[in-house]
Ligand binder design. Structure first.
Ligand SMILES: [Zn+2]
Ligand SMILES: [Zn+2]
Length: 119
């Protein structure tokens, strides 16, 4: 009795050609005008959504840009309008929540300790 093992090496897998990312260049599209933010352009990255913007598209003055660019050693804290609105809304929500909680006589202790427990 002979058992023949089929040789796996003969089975050819169709080679997957990676078409995605074939033309990956370090170009970022401006989130406002949807054209590429070139190296020679004055562009800025939003810290939250990591989107790129022309300074001209976000009403950033040359002075402001220079100021932000000079801080490049550390981190640039700049948020696009969308993220700005979101963060403001979030803050408002958080503050509103806290206000609500402090106003209530019967407050869920567990929730409050959880809130304050967070660094
Ligand atoms: Zn733009
Ligand atoms: Zn953003």
């Amino acid at each position: 009795m002979t058992t023949r093992k089929p040789s796996i090496s003969e089975v050819k897998k169709p080679q997957k050609t990676m078409t995605i990312g074939s033309s990956v260049t370090k170009n970022y599209d401006c989130e406002v005008c949807e054209s590429v933010v070139k190296a020679e352009d004055k562009g800025i990255e939003c810290e939250i959504c990591k989107g790129w913007f022309h300074t001209g598209c976000v009403d950033l003055t040359d002075n402001e840009y220079e100021m932000l660019a000079s801080h490049k050693l550390g981190t640039i804290h700049w948020y696009c309008t969308t993220c700005n609105v979101i963060s403001v809304e979030l803050l408002r929500l958080v503050f509103g929540l806290q206000e609500n909680l402090s106003k209530k006589v019967t407050r869920p202790k567990r929730l409050i300790s959880a809130l304050h427990g967070q660094p």
